[in-house]
Design a protein around this ligand. Structure first.
Ligand SMILES: *Cc1c(COP(=O)(O)O)cnc(C)c1O
Length: 234
């Protein structure tokens, strides 16, 4: 990827390198780069690390923990308009109220009880969250997400019983497998169920995900550098 400026230092360089690589991957398969949203994954990053990206115009952010997001984002939202927050980590039903106070999009719907809780809270506050269903494409026992063969029933439950707007699918491929297989599977599942959005691809594999049709990529390390502390990818 010739457009990636590996020597770029600082957020501006990293942001333009990532945007450039997304555009290049999109154009390589005849896609409009504008059809791929960049979700900046700001988990574990303090506000000082996030502000430069906001100043550069980045507006879509992903966090994987409700409490952490609740602590950081209300303050930032006072100073920047047009922010879209996406929850990309597992959500417990007892945190749904808190989650909807911070997040605009929930990417990790993976069971009926959670879908119902989201729909109930959405109607209580008069604002349904945009939702993605997380698919456990690798059928890994430790990983969140609905397994592919249970997807249809869950989508039907979301649509028919809950009137919860599901707009797409999300996946996190197994670390030790070829991600392309999982991206292809997720794209096929979305096509089969008439879902227009695909959240897939992280720092290591986002170009591949874009080639397979990702409409949003979730990128942390390539924008912020290595995270301190234990890896939080579930
Ligand atoms: C942390 C995380 C990412 C970003 O991972 P990087 O490799 O740092 O880009 C993407 N998606 C999910 C669900 C995550 O938890």
């Amino acid at each position: 990827m010739s457009e990636v400026r590996t020597t770029a230092s600082g957020e501006a360089g990293r942001l333009s390198a990532v945007r450039g690589a997304i555009s290049e991957a999109a154009r390589a398969v005849g896609r409009d780069p504008a059809g791929v949203a960049l979700v900046a994954v700001s988990k574990t990053q303090p506000a000082e690390m996030i502000i430069p990206l906001l100043d550069l115009g980045q507006r879509i952010f992903g966090e994987n923990r409700v409490q952490e997001a609740k602590g950081k984002w209300p303050g930032l939202r006072e100073h920047y308009s047009g922010i879209e927050m996406r929850l990309i980590g597992p959500l417990q039903t007892n945190k749904v109220r808190d989650a909807l106070s911070v997040f605009d999009v929930i990417e990790t719907v993976d069971r009926e009880r959670l879908a119902l809780a989201l729909a109930e809270e959405g109607s209580r506050i008069g604002r349904m969250p945009r939702c993605y269903v997380q698919v456990n494409t690798g059928e890994e026992s430790q990983k969140a997400g609905v397994i592919p063969r249970a997807l249809e029933a869950l989508l039907e439950y979301c649509r028919e019983t809950c009137q919860l707007p599901v707009e797409g699918l999300m996946c996190i491929p197994p670390v030790d497998e070829e991600p392309a297989l999982h991206f292809a599977l997720l794209a096929e599942l979305a096509r089969r169920h008439g879902l227009p959005y695909l959240s897939m691809g992280m720092s290591a594999d986002f170009a591949e995900a874009v080639r397979f049709g990702a409409t949003s990529v979730r990128i942390g390390t390539a924008l912020f550098g290595e995270r301190a502390g234990p890896a939080l990818v579930p």
